[in-house]
Design a protein around this ligand. Structure first.
Ligand SMILES: Nc1ncnc2c1ncn2[C@@H]1O[C@H](COP(=O)(O)OP(=O)(O)OP(=O)(O)O)[C@@H](O)[C@H]1O
Ligand SMILES: [Mg+2]
Length: 337
């Protein structure tokens, strides 16, 4: 197991901790036992003394973050298909997997192996389908193939890092990769609004974020929280994508809105849910991606749908990703040919 350095508490801090503890225990008898602030100004993330200034990633013109505070809604699937849509249109594109604890990009791009270091000691991205990529997954010890079957078993090594280690790893992924000239770098963000998101937002200039949600209320609530985070960080939100929006029957083509919540009620089905929330927040709705077994299968075999169905005429699922990509490209000033 990869374990963070052990942190020692400096002697001077003991008194401080004791004071903090006694003040917490005093609040235990009240209705806010943890003493957490419930109102007031949200923490400010910029311009505090000691925090790094936001800067651009070297050789990268634009940065787009694909995000959602909710896990498992398809951020990585959307991010990689978005990046591949750009790359296949001749836009010089990279994707940075910022999910330190559960990197997906190596699987999605069918890439593995340790990246080389260039003469400046920067990591050289691994490339597939014309898309450059970097991921924590490339930097972890690789599992060995079974000598008889030749199959590579899934890695059982958990990554258990504390905050400071995460921040350090993130810092290196952000600033020590030799991307070469890129028109756009897509960031695949992990779920949540925690350490990784804060570090990224503090350290680099993000030109826009794309928020992925599924139709369910439970996912949308978190997506809206993610929206709030970008707003506070002054990162433009380019729009929301509704993933797994409907299931299109492969036999008869009938569309079933399996996960819709509230969206099917009332006279106007867009009175509730993602589209309505976009209107309320003043954010563009970028479109629907269908829930489709092929999208999942393509992802699992490391050939995302945008590439897998490149020669399939009128592939609705591929077109869904391309349509989102085109809107994002135009919004950040990339030429969409
Ligand atoms: N539109 C879709 N149709 C079918 N399966 C999908 C679709 N979108 C995503 N999936 C599948 O859902 C699973 C989760 O997707 P993905 O890993 O992209 O989510 P995530 O939001 O990045 O998850 P995490 O929060 O863990 O990073 C994957 O198996 C993926 O192939
Ligand atoms: Mg992911």
């Amino acid at each position: 197991m990869i374990i963070a350095n052990q942190f020692r508490v400096p002697a001077g801090c003991v008194a401080h901790l004791r004071r903090a503890f006694s003040s917490t225990s005093r609040t235990l008898s009240h209705d806010n036992p943890l003493g957490l602030p419930r109102s007031g100004t949200p923490p400010s993330f910029r311009s505090r003394r000691g925090l790094p200034e936001k800067r651009k990633i070297r050789d990268v013109k634009k940065v787009v973050a694909v995000s959602s505070a909710k896990g498992g809604v398809g951020k990585s699937t959307v991010a990689v298909n978005l990046a591949l849509s750009f790359a296949r249109r001749g836009i010089r594109t990279g994707i940075l997997d910022t999910d330190i604890f559960g990197p997906s990009i190596p699987t999605l791009l069918n890439l593995s192996g340790e990246p080389r270091l260039d003469e400046n000691n920067c990591l050289v991205p691994l490339t597939n389908y014309g898309l450059k990529s970097m991921s924590m997954g490339y930097l972890l010890p690789q599992t060995q193939a079974d000598s008889e079957t030749g199959e590579v078993p899934m890695d059982t090594t958990p990554i258990s890092w504390r905050g400071l280690m995460v921040t350090k790893a993130m810092h290196q992924l952000l600033h020590s990769v030799s991307w070469g000239p890129l028109d756009v770098l897509v960031l695949d963000l992990p779920p949540g609004t925690g350490d990784v998101q804060l570090t990224i937002n503090q350290e680099i200039i993000i030109d826009g974020s794309v928020i992925v949600t599924t139709p369910q209320d439970i996912a949308l609530r978190d997506a809206v929280r993610g929206f709030g985070m970008f707003q506070r960080m002054e990162v433009p939100v380019l729009g929301m994508v509704r993933n797994m929006a409907y299931f299109a029957c492969p036999n008869c083509g009938h569309q079933t809105r399996i996960f819709s919540h509230g969206e099917g009620h009332g006279s106007n089905c867009e009175d509730h849910g993602v589209v309505a929330e976009c209107k309320r927040l003043g954010v563009d709705f970028l479109g629907d991606i269908p829930l489709d077994a092929q999208v999942c299968e393509d992802a699992d075999r490391g050939m995302p749908t945008v590439v897998a169905e490149e020669s399939v005429e009128r592939s609705a699922r591929r077109q869904a990703f391309l349509s989102v990509a085109e809107q994002v490209a135009r919004k950040i000033g990339l030429e969409w040919k």
